[in-house]
Design a protein around this ligand. Structure first.
Ligand code: DGL
Length: 265
């Protein structure tokens, strides 16, 4: 299939969290056009069965392909770890995924205890299991399901007593176990960094893979001769199939030529 370099980069997530990746991509590749899908109507994916996550990932991919996206970024750890293999088998475009960044944490830790906060769907996936088993001989990995965090973010309750309560209950046990590197294994969680910092202090390293995903997107576009050649600033369309208020709150008008709309998909 022929792809014009001018065609957009397609990005999807179960909801608003993947905008943390979208921002990294738009910052690194300011001339690229993008389309972002927030499948907020079906969020969270993290508690769903693998089969359903695959069906939702296919639905999102088909929507983006109808808009002629030249590459698809699965800006969701849960969808990547459960569905990216199927997507790569079924479609002809390049896919970029995101997985919890265990390797950089394993290389950085001094206490040899690393914490991972992610969804149940990510932590229970075969892909996560096989990646983490490589490191489990050398380091201790404390895996914690961030149950409830995505729901609160989707409802705009990023700064709220409920959020503080949940974060304290997930992070205090990690502090007790001497975790010195915390991997954020969900694209919603970078929005919680200021609050996480308040709980864990300044010493713990917080690792997320957003910039690495943006760099990988650039590298794969380059490799496939798909990088935008225009020097105009890119145009961005963000669609949510639920309330767009939280998307507006997180993205606002931080980046020029950005439209946020409600759309059924
Ligand atoms: N942003 C998704 C992720 O990275 C959230 C998953 C969910 O919807 O539960 O895993």
């Amino acid at each position: 299939m022929m792809h014009s370099t001018n065609f957009p980069i397609g990005i999807f997530d179960s909801g608003v969290g993947g905008t943390s990746i979208w921002k990294e991509i738009v910052t690194l590749l300011p001339n690229e056009n993008t389309i972002y899908l927030a499948d907020s109507k079906n969020a969270p994916y993290g508690e769903k069965a693998k089969k359903e996550i695959i069906e939702l990932a296919i639905k999102n991919t088909e929507f983006l392909l109808k808009q002629h996206c030249k590459i698809i970024v699965v800006a969701c750890n849960t969808a990547t770890t459960n569905a990216v293999k199927t997507l790569r088998q079924n479609y002809d475009v390049p896919f970029i995924g995101i997985e919890p960044a265990i390797k950089p944490a394993a290389l950085s830790t001094k206490t040899n205890v690393v914490g991972i906060l992610a969804t149940k769907g990510t932590l229970n996936s075969e892909l996560f299991e096989s990646t983490s088993s490589i490191f489990k001989e050398k380091i201790t990995i404390i895996e914690t399901i961030g149950k409830g965090l995505v729901d609160l973010i989707e409802n705009g309750k990023i700064i709220s007593p409920e959020m503080t309560h949940l974060l304290v209950s997930y992070l205090n046990p990690m502090l007790k176990e001497n975790v010195d590197c915390l991997v954020l294994g969900c694209t919603h969680y970078p929005y919680l960094i200021p609050q996480i910092r308040k709980i864990v202090g300044e010493k713990m390293q917080i690792i997320d893979a957003g910039l690495a995903v943006a760099k990988q997107t650039k590298a794969i576009l380059e490799k496939n001769n798909l990088l935008q050649t225009s020097i105009q600033k890119g145009k961005h369309q963000l669609f949510s199939n639920s309330n767009i208020k939280v998307l507006e709150m997180l993205v606002g008008n931080q980046i020029a030529f950005t439209e946020i709309k409600k759309r059924n998909f």
